[in-house]
Design a protein around this ligand. Structure first.
Ligand SMILES: NC(=O)c1ccc[n+]([C@@H]2O[C@H](COP(=O)([O-])OP(=O)(O)OC[C@H]3O[C@@H](n4cnc5c(N)ncnc54)[C@H](OP(=O)(O)O)[C@@H]3O)[C@@H](O)[C@H]2O)c1
Length: 281
């Protein structure tokens, strides 16, 4: 058993676990400000010390993600009636402050965060880690038709590297922190193949990926069987119309529905459904 000592709180432990070579550590013990934990390679953890309830909750929710190797996680924040935005695309904010902090924690645990062209255009997001400690992921915009405006923050703010995924880029990137990645080789009749996009990202060392939205993009990765985990934050709100969370092929019988393993977590007035697909990390 290896022993590690970390000056800091539970979140610092999670970040340190994320950054180490988890494949090399069979079992390890970590001493930190709040106590001692033992980690196993399968993602399990235990402690002989009585840890604060908030620490136990953080470890239960985030240590399995921090210990995972390559992993793809989808996330959406939706209303009770399954909407992620209004008809005009307004989505700030469906979920509450705790949901936002959770989203920033997810960003801090991955190498890359993907958004679709619709989200990039509607939200002009920064996709950085601002509400918790942690480094910014590489920002990835899935925009095969190259329709997203190059004046958006992602392409101008220099806060973190941005990969712009387009078919056959025809110009130079607008800024040194932006790279084009040609995804024409991933093209299929119904759009770009998510598994091939993930392979291109992995070839650049980006193997822990958050698919942050919107609904169409997360649905494409889900339909392709590319998501290991799915985090759906449900807010007690009825929007009544607008952008759907999931758009998947029709099924006729309920036994054809996807039924991932699920844990639930209360976050303020929202509820997080933390879903894991069979055979996933
Ligand atoms: N509540 C939340 O958690 C949340 C999170 C993110 C975004 N949002 C909201 O969601 C809305 C946008 O969501 P959305 O579902 O309309 O759009 P989206 O998923 O952001 O973007 C969809 C577009 O991305 C491109 N794309 C994505 N996957 C592709 C694939 N596999 N192959 C080819 N192209 C692909 C396509 O661009 P082309 O159309 O150019 O082909 C597609 O139309 C915005 O209003 C945003 O505010 C909400």
């Amino acid at each position: 058993m290896t022993q590690q000592i970390i000056d800091g709180d539970a979140w610092q432990v999670i970040l340190a676990v994320r950054d180490r070579d988890n494949t090399a550590c069979q079992r390890s013990e970590i001493r930190f400000d709040e106590g001692v934990i033992r980690l196993q390679r399968d993602g399990a953890w235990s402690s002989d010390t009585l840890l604060p309830a908030q620490t136990v909750r953080l470890f239960d929710l985030y240590l399995p993600l921090a210990m995972a190797g390559p992993m793809v996680i989808g996330q959406l924040g939706q209303s009770l009636d399954g909407r992620i935005a209004t008809v005009t695309g307004a989505s700030r904010y469906v979920t509450g402050q705790e949901g936002l902090v959770h989203l920033h924690r997810l960003r801090a645990l991955v190498d890359a965060v993907i958004v679709g062209a619709g989200t990039a255009s509607a939200d002009d997001p920064r996709l950085t880690v601002r509400l918790v400690a942690g480094r910014h992921p590489c920002r990835v915009v899935l925009d095969p038709r190259h329709r997203v405006d190059s004046n958006l923050a992602l392409f101008t703010d220099n806060a973190a590297p941005t990969l712009h995924l387009v078919n056959e880029p025809a110009s130079e990137p607008p800024s040194p922190h932006v790279d084009y990645l040609d995804i024409s080789q991933c093209q299929a009749s119904d759009g770009s193949r998510p598994e091939q996009i993930l392979a291109l990202l992995a070839a650049r060392g980006l193997s822990r990926v958050l698919v942050e939205g919107g609904g169409l993009t997360v649905s494409r990765f889900l339909e392709a069987g590319c998501l290991d985990r799915l985090h759906v934050m449900v807010a007690p709100m009825l929007i009544g119309s607008g952008r759907p969370a999931f758009t998947l092929p029709d099924i006729e019988e309920l036994d054809q529905a996807l039924r991932p393993e699920c844990r639930t977590w209360t976050m303020g007035s929202d509820v997080l459904f933390d879903c894991r697909f069979p055979g996933s990390v």
